[in-house]
Design a protein around this ligand. Sequence first.
Ligand code: SF4
Length: 165
Amino acid sequence: MNLCGYIPESLNEGHGLRTVVFVSGCRHACPGCFNPSSWSFRTGEPFTPERQQEVIRDIADNPLLDGLTLCGGDPFFSAAECSQFVRNFRATCPDRTVWAYTGFSYEELLTDQARRELALLCDVIVDGRFVEQQKDLTLPFRGSRNQRLVDVKASIQAGSIVTLA
Ligand code: SF4
């Protein structure tokens, strides 16, 4: 798994102040994608276990941070590796939250074992492909109106998809 970007402190990818890691690789090829250079799985630098631990330690040491956001690319194309990273993060930072961006719909994620596992480790998933015809720059934390902020725990409890406002 490669990393094609890293923002230690951002207000734009989820609630509060968050560290954002951009996982390389995406096969959705949405027309108008904001970051086509992230599509290759070989772009960026290897996200080694050592680098992952550094990121986790940096978040743990910064009390201002609310959590971690996985962005891309699409981290769900590297679901097994991301799950291990998030498990390690949860073990060190149990009081922080995890958001993840994906071009898959939440329903699609649940049909694949590895993607489902990663989805259920997250607090919020911003789901769905970017659709240029539905582009709306006024929406918080997403680019097009079809995309949703899925509250994972509430959705599990309700047995149906619950979204944040
Ligand atoms: S899912 Fe995201 S990264 Fe992938 S093509 Fe669509 S907008 Fe680009």
